[in-house]
Design a protein around this ligand. Structure first.
Ligand code: NAD
Length: 386
């Protein structure tokens, strides 16, 4: 397939990477010479990196439009009229009137127009929709959404249109209904002639949604809550788990792409220490080693009387073990467990009973199960006592 990417700015770079991975025959158009140079460095043939998109149009099947919003109507109309299907990054146009004009062009040309809204195709949105549709939430009462945090303010549209729009679309998708009423409070604290903070209430029939956007909250908040009469759903678009272990390159590239997307919390799986170090360096917030950790747990459970083993930190562990014979009949205080073994008994379970907190007066019986916490070496030694 032959695609023309128009606009190779900050977001267009991500489209360039993904289109490259899809293996399409790629043309790039950008009015900036520097951006065209970037495309060529990234592997686009020099003759396919053009200033005027009209030069490339006859050679492609479809267009990917990633230019500022105030150019969308004019550029998309021309691409559709030339017979090319068109993907447009949100917001589809600057105003409702422009949107209707573009819809007219689509009807007239019979081409496909698709708007890019990242939340709509996010796995979190799929999970939320499934739960609303299968009735587990009951009747939805209201929704809230936040898209806030420090970032460079856009210059083509205000924050409501660039960020709030993700939720306007998401809630319409989740509730299966277009908005019926909108009220909003907007502020222009930066004095740029466009909003940089907004609280918008969008009504979808009976269901109100409250959406907060703004550039001022420290951190990155991309979350929503959907309250129903049976249950409440909380969606966090700011957390991702990268569970790719077999293909290390893919794991690193995915983690780095999530960092680029501004995902706040990235939990990434590593298979080796060097892999884990690289994941940390590219920006993973937490690196986990499931195979190694499970191997350690299983190894411990095969040794001595250890039933389970959890490494809380490199130097600190929690061990579940059968009470050693030398403690049977003594209270924990009298046996001076902390002084003698360097561990603390956290809780205890008698044979056939359930766990309770351990105190110095707790008397140990044969067959009791203990959960102890302590420095790894000491906890291991205690767990292996018979
Ligand atoms: N879906 C999302 O989450 C998301 C995230 C960021 C940006 N966006 C959207 O992507 C679009 C682009 O944003 P950006 O941050 O990359 O903007 P940007 O300003 O960084 O880049 C825009 C690029 O388009 C080029 N350009 C402008 N007019 C052109 C024309 N007529 N022909 C060819 N090139 C032209 C500019 O030279 C520039 O390189 C915007 O609509 C924005 O809202 C979407």
């Amino acid at each position: 397939m032959k695609i023309l990417l128009i606009g190779l700015g900050r977001w267009g770079e991500k489209h360039l990477r993904v289109l490259g991975e899809l293996g399409v025959e790629l043309w790039v158009s950008d009015v900036s010479e520097e951006r065209r140079g970037f495309a060529v460095k990234a592997g686009v043939a020099a003759e396919r990196a053009v200033a005027d998109f009209r030069v490339a149009l006859p050679h492609v099947d479809a267009v990917d439009l990633v230019t500022p919003a105030d150019t969308h109507l004019a550029l998309a109309s021309e691409c559709l009229t030339s017979g090319r299907d068109c993907f447009i990054e949100k917001p589809v146009t600057l105003t409702g009137a422009e949107g209707r004009a573009l819809a007219d062009v689509v009807r007239r040309t019979g081409r496909i127009l698709q708007v890019g809204h990242i939340f709509r195709f996010h796995p979190v949105a799929t999970a939320l929709r499934e739960r609303i549709q299968n009735g587990s939430v009951g009747r939805v009462r209201y929704c809230t959404g936040r898209f806030t945090g420090f970032k460079r303010p856009r210059t083509d549209v205000g924050v409501t249109q660039t960020d709030g729009i993700h939720y306007f679309d998401l809630f319409a998708y989740l509730l299966g209904q277009a908005p019926t009423a909108v009220t909003a409070t907007l502020r222009d604290y930066l004095g740029r002639g466009m909003d940089d903070l907004s609280f918008t209430t969008v009504e979808y029939g009976e269901v109100p949604a409250f959406i907060e956007t703004g550039y001022f909250a420290p951190g990155t908040y991309r979350d929503c809550v959907i309250v129903g009469d049976k249950a409440t759903l909380a969606g966090d678009f700011g957390t991702a788990v990268v569970a790719i272990g077999t293909d290390i390159e893919a794991s690193i590239l995915t983690t780095s792409a999530l960092v680029d997307l501004g995902v706040r919390r990235i939990v990434a799986k590593a298979v080796t220490e060097p892999h884990g170090k690289i994941l940390e360096r590219v920006g993973a917030s937490k690196v986990i080693f499931p195979e190694r950790d499970m191997g350690v747990r299983v190894g411990h459970s095969l040794a001595g009387s250890i039933i389970d083993y959890i490494q809380l930190d490199p130097g600190f562990a929690l061990v579940e073990t059968v009470a050693p014979a030398e403690l049977v009949g003594s209270s924990l205080g009298a046996a001076q467990v902390r002084q003698r073994y360097g561990i603390t008994v956290v809780c205890i379970k008698p044979r056939g009973g359930t766990f309770t907190y351990a105190t110095p007066d707790t008397v140990v019986s044969e067959g009791d199960i203990l959960v102890v916490a302590g420095e790894t070496d000491r906890a291991e030694v205690f767990g292996e006592l018979q």
